[in-house]
Design a protein around this ligand. Sequence first.
Ligand code: PGA
Length: 239
Amino acid sequence: MNTTLSEGEALVQAILATRKTLPKDVEIIFFTPHTHLWLISGILNGHYQLGAQDCSAHTAGAYTGEVSAAMIASTGASYTLIGHSERRQYHHETNELLLEKMHQAFNAGLKVIFCVGEPLEVREKGDNAAWEYVEQQLRIACKLTAENLTSLIIAYEPIWAIGTGQTATPEEASRMCDTIEQWSKSKLKLDGKMLPVLYGGSCNANNAQELFAQKGISGGLIGGASLKAEDFLSIIRSF
Ligand code: PGA
């Protein structure tokens, strides 16, 4: 819940202004508040993809305040986040609800970045406990069709690292992302392929390069550092 419409526009314009100098082989997706989607869609004009930060579990109708996947797609967006830890925590979103949201997103033709990650008290018990927690969250992907899975990306975001300035160590992040990849290969209908896994949680201009170099990490989900054009550009370049 950051930036007014004009602030959001200025941020995207500042990033787009440097477009010609950005690496061509890095895929950049802007996840804006719902209020910004239509405007930013026009500004991006197909140069980069656009996504929402959440979508409704319902298709349409009397759900005041909700924004459906079809409404998001109609702005020109092609992605939505689902299951961000702040949605799980503040809005009590359960795995069942998140599966409904995924179905809505895929039915509307959206791709999904599904967020998973453990709280601090679980991380303190070690890698095994953290993996058990994350695996519970991942299991809903077993209910998706092979076609849906081609439109799914996982973001591993340890809750204790989101917005706190405390990053997972590159080794810690790599172990979990790599385990998620291997799990997806063996448990999901992916024909021997793996889901792409992003790391998120206090990823910034100083630590991005080291994180992105790790095995199992295919990219980043950037929160606070994406709100300053220079920092976000630096992260894109470090990839
Ligand atoms: P952060 O946020 O980069 O500010 O930690 C990540 C997120 O909210 O996904």
